[in-house]
Design a protein around this ligand. Structure first.
Ligand SMILES: Nc1ncnc2c1ncn2[C@@H]1O[C@H](COP(=O)(O)OP(=O)(O)OP(=O)(O)O)[C@@H](O)[C@H]1O
Ligand SMILES: O=P(O)(O)OC[C@H]1O[C@H](OP(=O)(O)OP(=O)(O)O)[C@H](O)[C@@H]1O
Ligand SMILES: [Mg+2]
Length: 283
């Protein structure tokens, strides 16, 4: 049976469970505190673990796959490989100091740096060839400067709202560009069961990035509308009862769907309909 770790709380847990549900796996009932769940139909056992611990279990080989954050996996120092980027839980991991204090990476030498990700910070400091004191905190790191235990922080930045609220500003290079990821033990043989879960999740990730567009247009516009919606290989073109018209179907990147619809309408397309894709297998 495939053994898979899923975040049991925190920023990744809801999205990870939703994505697995969308990929056809059994979901833990709402409010359940069970730490494991067997999905007999798919021959998978899920373990609901703290997101920080997931790379440790997977890296030790006790569990086959896990969903965690790239930054958490990096900080755990566990021996894991990323099989797939899942697209949720996007964040950057950055240094930040009091706004207007003129912080820069050069000032890190000798500073007290508060963080929940001490290994990422230690590695960065070592790479810079400087020494600094790393203060390990469990969370709410943004308040630590105000409370006098640190000079600056290194923390997860999502929208940037938490930094702003605490009158902090990010400085220096991004230490980690993070996202939810599917991980396995480093150099693990990808078994057919692991490959199937990766393919199903890949299908959902891909489906979330694209939409399906359907529209009608006069046949003589085919060349020009095909340039606007080239699709992955080529748009699907179907005849209509009126021989002067065709129906066109094509996948388009979700982020561009509105501008593409504007362009199609301006080119003379009619009845343009955008629909969600739930899952797919590409290639
Ligand atoms: N505001 C956010 N926006 C985007 N991603 C985030 C955000 N906060 C955390 N993450 C990501 O979620 C992952 C784990 O953070 P999370 O907050 O779930 O764990 P935690 O801090 O250990 O748990 P908790 O906050 O419940 O103690 C990391 O990969 C992190 O980059
Ligand atoms: O840039 P933002 O969108 O404001 O998000 C960033 C904040 O979100 C996370 O905190 P979380 O809520 O997990 O609390 P924690 O610090 O106690 O982990 C993270 O640690 C930052 O503090
Ligand atoms: Mg957190």
């Amino acid at each position: 049976m495939l053994r898979v770790a899923v975040p049991n709380k925190g920023a990744l847990s809801e999205s990870a469970s939703e994505m697995l549900d969308e990929a056809g796996y059994r979901r833990r009932p709402e409010g359940s505190k069970d730490l494991s769940l067997i999905d007999r139909a798919n021959d998978v056992e899920f373990y609901f673990l703290r997101p920080k611990d997931i790379a440790v279990y997977v890296g030790s080989g006790r569990l086959d796959l896990g969903i965690t954050g790239r930054d958490l996996a990096a900080d755990s120092m566990a021996e894991v490989d990323e099989l797939l980027e899942l697209g949720f839980g996007r964040s950057t991991f950055r240094y930040a100091g009091p706004a207007g204090d003129g912080w820069s990476s050069e000032r890190l030498a000798g500073a007290r740096i508060a963080t929940s990700y001490p290994n990422i910070v230690r590695r960065d400091i070592a790479a810079r060839g400087i020494e600094a004191e790393v203060i390990r905190l469990d969370g709410a790191v943004e308040i630590s400067i105000q409370l006098g235990v640190a000079d600056c922080i290194a923390d997860v930045v999502g929208s940037g709202r938490t930094l702003k609220v605490h009158d902090l500003e990010a400085f220096g290079d991004v230490l980690c560009d993070s996202s939810g990821v599917l991980i396995s033990r480093v150099d693990a043989d990808v078994t057919p069961a692991m490959a199937q879960m990766r393919a199903r999740l890949q299908g959902v990730v891909f489906a979330q990035q694209y939409m399906m567009l359907d529209y009608n247009c006069p046949r003589e516009l085919l060349d020009s509308v095909s340039k606007i919606t080239p699709g992955l290989e080529s748009p699907t073109v179907s005849p209509m009862a009126d021989p002067a018209w065709i129906a066109v179907r094509s996948m388009v990147p979700r982020k561009q769907v509105n501008s593409i619809m504007d362009e199609l309408a301006a080119a003379g397309a009619k009845s343009i309909i955008a629909t969600d894709i739930r899952s797919c297998r590409m290639g």
